[in-house]
Design a protein around this ligand. Sequence first.
Ligand code: COA
Length: 277
Amino acid sequence: MTDKVGGNTVLVEFEEGIAWVSLNRPEKRNAMSPTLNKEMTEVLEALEIDDRCGVLVLTGAGDSFSAGMDLKEFFRESDRLPPEAWGQIARQAQIWQMQRLKNFPKPTIAMVNGWCFGGGFNPVVSCDIALAANEATFGLSEVNWGIIPAGNVLRSVALKMSDTNGLYYALTGDTFNGVEAAQMGLVKFAVPQAELKEKTRELAKKLLSKNRAAIRAIKHAWRKQEEMSWDASEDYLMAKLDQLRLTDPDKGRSQGMKQFLDDKTYRPGLGAYEKKE
Ligand code: COA
């Protein structure tokens, strides 16, 4: 793999295990064009196996997270395309916003730093953890230009927001800020804009300090159990537990038990075991 990851519309910066991935069309408020969707799919694919990325932070260049799907390049210019071509363009967006992000093998954090509209909700919901600036502005603005939040946006939002809140904002197109997004459970917490990057870095470092194989198994299991019956989930989670014992290169379970029960050097309830090389 070459060192260069990303294209013109996606910026990737590495910092001690963190890959800061920015939607990079600030002059268009990071609206998601077909080109951006294609480049982001390629970036996520590359970062899955890039050791410089232990945690992925998704954010936006400039003062926007994303103004949603590009009304010109994604919608208007697609009007003249045959249905197959339009289907391909629409699917490309879903591939990175939903499938690739949800199944990304390392922890993902959405850092919502500003405007977040329409399709911009999808990657926020698909990341494992979302944080926002207090001052960020969210809006399900589709109704304001006569469409519905398709591209599974409604479905994504319904995973995080109650009927009371989700329907209100989808029907009115009203905006809400980062503090309100946190109160409604769309993001985990909101902090002043000036502190957002540092708080995100702290969270990323905490995730980097944990057992990587366990983190990967937990996030995959979280997604998969949603689709299973109670009994199937019970069996699946036991199988994942056994799989982890066999495949964890750090043998975290043994290290953790030894350091707690024998060495008495830490308390699992209060933090992670010390990794031994
Ligand atoms: N699609 C395409 N272009 C977009 C866009 C989008 N979703 N959002 C912003 N842009 C473009 C504008 O057309 C403008 O381009 P121009 O400089 O070539 O004229 C540029 O980005 C700046 O937009 P502007 O509206 O001047 O910025 P602003 O800071 O005053 O307002 C927003 C920012 C996000 C409030 C406003 O751009 C907006 O409402 N965008 C649409 C949001 C939306 O409804 N998205 C849902 C899509 S499903």
